[in-house]
Structure formats: C-alpha cells, structure tokens
Design a protein around this ligand. Structure first.
Ligand SMILES: [Zn+2]
Length: 120
C-alpha cells in the first residue's frame, strides 16, 4: 500500500480503536523503515535493520509498533497486522501459535479484552 495522509489517519484511528478494545495504552506507531531507523538504537534493538522483512513488529518494552505499509497489499492484511501486533502487547508472554491466532481472529471480530494484570 502507498503511504498517504489518508491511510496514515486510518491506521492511527484503527490502532486507537483496537487499543481501547484490548485495554492497552495506545502504542506509538511507525509506518516506514526510515522511521524505525531514526528511532534511538536501544529502542528498536534486535528488530532494526531487519524490520523491513516483516509485516509488522512490536517493540513491547517501548510501547512501540511498526506497521510495514510498503509490504502490506490490502485492507485485510492491514487490519490483520495491526491486530497481530496489538495482541502481542496485550498478551506479552504469549508466543505465536494456535492460541495466538485465535485471539487475533477474536480481536478482528470486535472482541474486547480486560486489562493485562502483571503477576508479582
Ligand atoms: Zn508476531
């Protein structure tokens, strides 16, 4: 997809809506690899120069996500990528797999999740 002001606004709106539903603080959103490279190195450590390979990346500790618009071809993959990254933020210890995919599907369908509770 081409990054224009309209799509930018749409993405920020979607991130806001899904963040609310998942009861997470709204993350900062990066939309180009340039923006990823321009962030302080320690913030994007581990997924910096490799970010371009992915549809999206979440930097959990920084409350930051990268949505790789250039790689995304349609609205469906866009929504899927946004929800995928936000599910990482809401379920920080859950890795990819069946349960993860189920949560993504539920999120896309409009399910809400209560706030994440840290275990002490
Ligand atoms: Zn992931």
């Amino acid at each position: 997809m081409k990054l224009d002001p309209e799509i930018k606004l749409e993405i920020f709106e979607k991130v806001g809506i899904y963040s609310n539903r998942f009861s997470i603080p709204e993350p900062k959103v990066l939309l180009t690899t340039r923006e990823v490279l321009d962030m302080p190195k320690e913030m994007t450590e581990g997924r910096r120069t490799s970010a371009y390979k992915y549809y999206g990346v979440s930097y959990l500790r920084q409350n930051l996500i990268f949505i790789n618009i250039k790689k995304i071809s349609d609205d469906k993959s866009l929504d899927n990528t946004i929800v995928h990254e936000l599910i990482h933020m809401r379920f920080p210890y859950l890795s990819h797999g069946k349960r993860f995919n189920k949560l993504v599907r539920q999120g896309l369908r409009g399910k809400t999740f209560p706030p994440y509770k840290k275990r002490k």
